[in-house]
Design a protein around this ligand. Structure first.
Ligand code: NAD
Length: 258
């Protein structure tokens, strides 16, 4: 596997799902890792899990678990300042925090629209902007998009639009940032088995049916695991991806080919 020995990483939404699996991979590869999220309980649990891991090199990696709202610009300032203060710099930024709320077009409220755009678009852009002064030559930024940005996804129109905007940001910033030696790329997951399916704002009894229908439709006939995404994040973070710029890597078991 790829090596991140001595690298300093920040993963937003690192207390759950894809972010937590990636934090695990990054630490095992030798990075010091800061994770952020909103829930203090899962942040503390994630920190304990990560601190118990064995990195590739001798000695312990540093783990920071910081409470920070990805939609709040002041909170993003505070998060970046804390990580830069503790680590001295940021080599790898994984902008991964996100929410998906399901609603048919008539039912989308202004509050829902604003919440999704604030976290999934505004927060993503400003996290990148505010981290940049602490990043330099060889830095890697990764954004978690979604296959909803390339397929129609009924009831997820705003979520899909935010993810398409993220993909566009990655292409434009890919060209802007490579001049200073910083690569930005996207990971585009299909259905991955994380707690996000319980957070769609739908009645809980619908979740098993939704999951079964997704698995039935999937060419590979199952959900992906968070670790299957984390391994791609590790590749993009590492020097193995030194010539990969502004790209979006799809990790979806073939779903978006349908
Ligand atoms: P998850 O719900 O397990 O994780 C989402 C993370 O985002 C959590 O750690 C949560 O704390 C964080 N978060 C949400 N709102 C936040 C806020 N305002 N401030 C700070 N943190 C916040 O789900 P996941 O599946 O691991 O999602 C990670 C990313 O992957 C998201 O961007 C999601 O859109 C994307 N994604 C997931 C799937 C999937 O099937 N699981 C598919 C495509 C894309």
């Amino acid at each position: 596997m790829h090596d991140l020995v001595g690298k300093k990483a920040l993963i937003t939404g690192g207390n759950s799902g894809i972010g937590l699996a990636t934090a695990r991979r990054f630490i095992e590869a030798g990075a010091d890792v800061a994770i952020s999220g909103r829930d203090p309980v899962t942040l503390a649990e994630a920190r304990a899990t990560l601190e118990a891991l064995e990195p590739v090199q001798a000695g312990r990696c540093k783990v920071l678990a910081l409470r920070s709202d990805a939609a709040d610009l002041g909170a993003i300032d505070g998060l970046i300042a804390e990580v830069a203060g503790a680590f001295g710099r940021i080599d790898v930024l994984f902008v991964n925090a996100g929410i998906a709320q399901a609603a048919p077009v008539e039912a989308v409220s202004e509050a829902q629209f604003d919440a999704m755009v604030s976290i999934n678009l505004k927060g993503v852009f400003f996290t990148v902007q505010k981290a940049l002064p602490h990043m330099g030559e060889g830095g890697s930024i990764i954004v978690t998009t979604s296959i909803t940005n390339r397929m129609g996804s009924p009831n997820f129109s705003i979520y899909g639009a935010c993810k398409a905007a993220q993909r566009s940001l990655v292409q434009s910033l890919g060209l802007e940032l490579i001049a200073r030696g910083i690569r930005i790329n996207a990971i585009c997951p299909g259905p991955i088995d994380t707690p996000i399916y319980g957070r769609f704002g739908l009645p809980g009894e619908m979740e098993p049916g939704i999951r079964a229908e997704i698995s039935r439709k999937s060419p590979i006939k199952r959900f992906g695991t968070p670790d299957e995404v984390a391994k791609v994040a590790l590749f993009l973070a590492s020097d193995a991806a030194a010539y990969v710029v502004g790209e979006e890597i799809v990790v979806d078991g073939g779903m978006s080919l349908l």
